[in-house]
Design a protein around this ligand. Structure first.
Ligand code: ADP
Ligand code: ASP
Ligand code: MG
Length: 416
């Protein structure tokens, strides 16, 4: 009895042909004796359409519609469709299969709507028993149920997190994330054709890569996998059931023999830079500013403070997602009397480009190589931030692709 979790993303279930191909893969895995939970996303493009409909119905007057419980009722529906379609397709092949929605599987969530967090699974749903009895459980990803019995969703890309959470709860032997690329690459293969597939990536590196923009896995899913030690593999859903399809394993660092200094280059265009000019420079100012931003739900990323020309004044620069920047602007304008500043500048045409690698812990010279490569291309660095295993820079968004390519080459990651 080997419980295994498989997940298929939006492009992999984009139409009936693709769903039929997925059913072939699932049938082949079931024939090997695996007891399967199969998590599906909505058909590609469907969630965007549903988000547009929900926003349209709520009207411009309603801000923060994504935190409304009815928003989740709408956007979760895409996954209901694909779970039913795949179950039908499996039944057509003679397999025992049924769909499971978030509330039927009793995947309980907290912290509201739109970006809910998973609390756990109630044990009396019959879900594990059905899988052990040899029925393929086709799970609608992305959705759960709140304490009040309402439908919730996990944030964009959340089906990855459903898959890892189900794998952890079932103590599955592995969680295979089937997608439209055949693994995790040194950078987004759609931007750099010379990108190479990594055989293994550590949880730690994958966590940085995901949170810095490599959308191949949702960040929360990697965090969960690391905490619960779920072996995750990313592989292609476009290969046939019997094709060579090794994918990329996300595993512990000590399972990786050959450690690269830099393993990946990532980018994110979903960034905004906010500058507060002439802030009062005395103890407590930063605390007030960031408390205010946190209470407005703004996730602050990079922070730089520098002395301003005037006596007792400083300029504060911080970045957040472009989505959060409107909230930040509003809360700062509304609380000018609390956070004293002369003026505010908001820039949304910026991008964050990062290099990631566990080898950085024990190697020097990474910053030198990175800044040198960017300067050779005449790319100006605006803000810099570092951690033990990454360096990120904020640049003009127009230079994103150029920067990613230059760094990929500079760190010897190009395929030969
Ligand atoms: P799914 O619909 O299966 O969830 P996503 O679109 O969310 O798929 O994620 C897969 C995409 O992630 C790929 O098509 C690729 O363009 C992008 N991507 C970004 N960075 C990377 C990377 N380092 N390795 C692989 N894919 C990446
Ligand atoms: N369908 C959802 C989205 O597009 C969840 C997912 O695909 O993972 O964000
Ligand atoms: Mg995805």
């Amino acid at each position: 009895m080997a419980r295994t979790v498989l997940k298929f993303g939006g492009t992999s279930v984009a139409d009936l042909d693709r769903i039929s191909h997925v059913a072939d893969i699932v049938a082949a895995r079931a024939a090997k004796g695996e007891n399967l939970a199969v998590i599906v996303s909505a058909m590609s493009g469907e969630t965007n359409k549903l988000v547009g409909l929900a926003k349209g119905a709520a009207g411009d007057a309603v801000t923060g519609v994504e935190f409304d419980d009815e928003y989740d009722v709408v956007v979760a529906s895409g996954e209901q469709v694909t779970s039913g379609l795949l179950a039908l397709s499996l039944r057509k092949r003679g397999l025992k299969a049924r769909s499971w929605l978030g509330w039927q599987m009793k995947m309980n969530t907290r912290e509201g709507h739109g970006a809910a967090r998973i609390d756990g699974f109630a044990e009396d749903s019959g879900f594990a028993e059905a899988i052990d009895a040899g029925e393929v459980a086709v799970v609608a990803g992305f959705q759960g149920v709140t304490e009040e019995g309402r439908v919730s969703t996990l944030g964009r890309g959340g089906s990855d997190t459903t898959a890892v959470a189900v794998a952890a709860a079932l103590k599955a032997v592995q969680c295979d994330i089937y997608t439209d690329v055949d693994g995790v690459y040194t950078t987004d293969p759609r931007i750099v054709p010379q990108a190479t597939r990594l055989e293994k990536v550590s949880y730690e590196e994958m966590l940085e890569m995901a949170s810095l923009g490599a959308k191949v896995l949702q960040t929360r899913s990697v965090e969960l996998a690391m905490n619960h030690q779920v072996p995750v593999r990313v592989l292609s859903s476009f290969a046939g059931p019997d094709d060579y399809n090794p994918g990329t394993w996300i595993c512990n660092e000590d399972e990786i023999v050959e450690k690269q200094v830099v393993n990946g280059v990532t980018y994110s265009r979903d960034e905004a830079k906010i500058t507060l000019y002439g802030m009062e420079d005395k103890p407590g100012t930063s605390a007030r500013l960031f408390t205010l931003l946190a209470s407005a739900g703004v996730n602050v990323d990079m922070i730089v403070q520098a002395n301003a020309r005037g006596e007792g004044r400083a300029n504060m620069v911080f970045t957040c997602t472009s989505g959060d920047s409107e909230k930040a602007e509003r809360v700062l304008e509304d609380n000018r009397s609390e956070v004293l500043f002369d003026s505010m500048g908001v820039q949304r045409d910026v991008a964050k480009v990062s290099v990631v690698g566990v080898g950085m812990k024990s190697h020097t010279g990474v910053a030198e190589t990175m800044f040198g490569a960017l300067s050779n291309k005449n790319i100006n660095i605006d803000v810099i931030s570092t951690s033990e295993i990454k360096i990120s820079v904020l640049i003009d968004a127009d230079y994103t692709e150029l920067a990613v390519r230059a760094l990929h080459t500079a760190f010897d990651l190009d395929a030969t």
